[in-house]
Design a protein around this ligand. Sequence first.
Ligand code: NAD
Length: 259
Amino acid sequence: LPGLKDKVAVVTGAGSGIGRAAAIALAKQGVKVCLLDLLNDRTEQVKQELTAMQAQTITVDVDVSDPLRVKQAIDTAAGTWGRLDVVFANAGINGVLAPIEDMKPEDWDHTLFVNLKGTFLCVKYAIPHMKQKGGSIIVTSSINGSRVFSNFGMSAYSTSKAGQIAFAKMAALELARYKIRVNALCPGSIKTHINQSTHPSPELEKVKIKVEYPEGNQPLEHGPGQPEQVADLVAFLASDASSHITGTEIFIDGAESLI
Ligand code: NAD
């Protein structure tokens, strides 16, 4: 892909799923990748995978909702290689799933903090490093933030994902003057670990509202999509091949949102 070799990217949530696949896809294109995630062994494994590909990479352990740590991490990435061109703001959680009437305010806050505030912080602290040369910011939202509202108990998640789309569009508008493009991805169901870290509340179980992830519901795939399919889109949006695309929400869902 044009314009990616020797560029520098920060990928959040890089230890798993879509983030890991995107880090690998970018590294294949010659991008130097800062792998940002919560402290865990998986990020170190991804680092080893990238190193085995002869890619330059560093890891930074950060909670994306912590302003000070996010700033330090992004400064570290830009400082290591003297530039920053691509931010993939992808870290996210499903959070606690509960009916609205039973949702604990602190559980609501946690989902919004990680998914929405985390995105804001990564973009905010990347701007000083990107504003001279321009670049591309990609935000992982979801079809749940735009069109698909079928899962009971996911009000906080869907709200955070909708907020990410609005934020990406505002950022595209504000940052166009720096030649920084910003786009939101709306994946459908993708085969990753995210659903294993999800906690339906006892109240949700009690009202017997079944939380269904629509795996197997994608007309194109007859099952969930793969992280690598999203990663290819990330690499395209990071590259100069998408130089006129900004301020959009792009569905990548095998037509799941249409059924
Ligand atoms: P995943 O659980 O495999 O990966 C998410 C990564 O984010 C993990 O490595 C986790 O440690 C990290 N993370 C979580 N909280 C963090 C925090 N506070 N700070 C830093 N890192 C943190 O899940 P995934 O499916 O690859 O999810 C990536 C993104 O894709 C999320 O934003 C998710 O909402 C979105 N998404 C996923 C699907 C799906 O079906 N998998 C669908 C639509 C959107």
